[in-house]
Design a protein around this ligand. Structure first.
Ligand code: GLN
Length: 515
């Protein structure tokens, strides 16, 4: 059966031979794929032209011909978050919970930021498969401010490579605030995620271009990273930034005095470029897609365009992980454990590599300059889902939305049954270490002991008996493990059972307990 035919049959649950356009769109949207997704352009145009229709299998095949691989993955629940609607509900509850937090103060060093209402709050998440959700003010514009720093760093790396870039900027957390007047022992900015470092990367990018072309390059880069969402340059913010930039000027002069810049850099033009990058206006939804592009190794999930090399994103995420949250970076890496970047506009951009990008926008900041609700939302997200970088090392009750419900239990059942069938005792031990119950049976009622007996694996049978598994479970044909061993003439296995029976009769109860 072709992909399109199986998609049709899956959506036509009642077998009526017809699928409505509404049902098709519903399937897409509940899996997080919006009809506005660039990959669905031809379907969108068709719907706009022909309206809602009831499609036969052949018509359906024609309508989805340009998006059949995406749709196949949707109906097979093969997207990275297979139950996206359930995940979205959990995010909504976190969003509502975080909304109640009212501490922090809006940045007031420029009037434009000081004017933003404190209660603005938007959350957007975009996965590496282009699934997207947003809540609250996620479509309301704000300026990038410090969240431009990962983008500037990636752009510099793409153009000049790691060696050249890092001969002008370090890669250690500074331990100071984002605009502290300080450089490292080599007279270079500590890292690209604080102001001094971003002024440096601003100096390195597209030096041969005119000022206008450099700005065009930046905005079109951001549009590519966000799957084509338009971004605007906020001229008023740029002027304000420039007028209140004594500290940034001081940092640039300090770096020039130390010989940190490449020869011939014009620090006024460099600062203007940095202010321009800070003054690009986006929204949380667009930034979540930017973060998803980083999560996806540099390929924008919604357009399939490779914007950055995978190596570039690897370096950037490493930097964000260690230095992205100003002088809260160590604490954030410990408690939340994902790469992130915050900004004075109140956005926190976070990345779960190979899974999703997140943008949380809420203007009130804490004393380190990080959005209070942004940090709290991410803490709660990590409390609920196993997204911390090292969560894979620990057994916890956290949810894994990457997996279908019960996938883990069924995986363990089949792994144990398979291990028993080939006599792999080490694998059985590993599963026990994970807390797996070796009495668990498959849908036919077959247990690991059935398989080990039927295949005659004495060591595995001995191990299972030592683990005190039930010795007389019946499969759906009424067979016990011992009956299986007899049927397949596994005399050695029968001996193990006999010996065990004899021992259990002879050994006094106290010894059994002691053992
Ligand atoms: N424009 C801001 C500044 O220079 C950028 C810093 C930030 O977002 N933390 O202060």
């Amino acid at each position: 059966m072709t992909n399109s035919k199986s998609v049709f049959r899956s959506i036509d649950a009642k077998g009526s031979g017809k699928v409505s356009v509404e049902a098709l769109v519903h399937n897409l949207e509940s899996s997080g794929i919006a009809l506005s997704d660039p990959r669905l352009q031809s379907l969108r145009l068709r719907i706009a032209k022909e309206g809602s229709a009831s499609l036969s299998s052949e018509e359906f095949e024609e309508w989805i011909s340009h998006s059949s691989s995406l749709l196949t993955r949707v109906v097979k629940s093969e997207l990275v978050i297979p139950r996206f609607d359930e995940f979205a509900k959990e995010i909504e509850s976190l969003f509502n919970h975080t909304r109640g937090i009212e501490s922090g103060a809006v940045a007031n060093y420029i009037p434009h930021l000081a004017r933003v209402p404190e209660n603005k709050f938007g959350v957007a998440i975009s996965t590496i498969d282009g699934q997207h959700l947003s809540f609250g003010d996620a479509e309301e514009g704000f300026t990038l401010q410090s969240s431009c720093k990962p983008i500037l760093y990636c752009a510099a790396l793409e153009e000049l490579g790691e060696k050249t870039v890092h001969s002008h900027v370090g890669r250690e957390p500074s331990g100071f605030s984002f605009n502290e007047l300080t450089l490292n022992k080599q007279g270079l900015p500590h890292n690209p995620m604080i102001n001094a470092g971003a002024i440096m990367t601003s100096a390195l990018i597209k030096r041969s271009l005119s000022t206008a072309d450099r700005l065009d390059y930046l905005t079109s880069l951001i549009e590519s990273l966000s799957g084509g969402r338009p971004c605007h340059f906020n001229n008023a913010v740029w002027h304000s930034e420039r007028e209140s930039a004594d500290r940034n000027f001081a940092l640039a002069h300090l770096m020039r005095e130390q010989g940190a810049f490449p020869d011939g850099v014009d620090i006024n033009a460099t600062l203007d470029y940095f202010f321009s990058a800070c003054s690009v206006e986006v929204d949380a939804s667009a930034l979540a897609i930017v973060a998803a592009t980083l999560a996806n190794g540099g390929i924008c999930p919604q357009t399939g365009e490779r914007v950055f090399a995978a190596e570039t994103t690897k370096h950037c995420l490493s930097m964000m992980h260690s230095c992205g949250m100003y002088n809260y970076s160590g604490e954030f890496a410990f408690t939340v454990g994902i790469p992130a970047k915050s900004s004075v506009s109140g956005v926190v951009l976070a990345v779960i590599p190979n899974v999703m990008g997140i943008a949380v926008w809420s203007p009130p900041l804490d004393s380190c300059g990080n959005s209070v609700r942004g940090v709290e939302f991410l803490k709660q997200l990590i409390g609920r889902f196993n997204f911390h970088n090292y969560d894979s090392l620990v057994e916890s009750q956290k949810k894994d939305p990457r997996r279908l419900p019960h996938a883990r239990e069924t995986d363990h059942i089949y792994q144990a049954i398979y291990a028993a069938s080939i006599g792999d005792v080490s694998e059985l031990k590993r599963l026990v270490a994970y807390g797996h119950n070796l009495n668990s049976a498959d849908y036919d009622g077959r247990t690991p002991l059935h398989l080990a007996c039927a295949e005659g694996h004495a060591e595995a049978v001995q191990y299972l008996l030592d683990q005190q598994v039930d010795t007389t479970p019946k499969d759906r044909w009424g067979n016990t493990p011992l009956a299986d061993a007899k049927r397949h003439d596994r005399f050695g296995i029968e001996e193990i059972f006999k010996l065990r029976k004899r021992c259990s009769r002879q050994v006094p109860q106290s010894n059994v307990r002691a053992a």
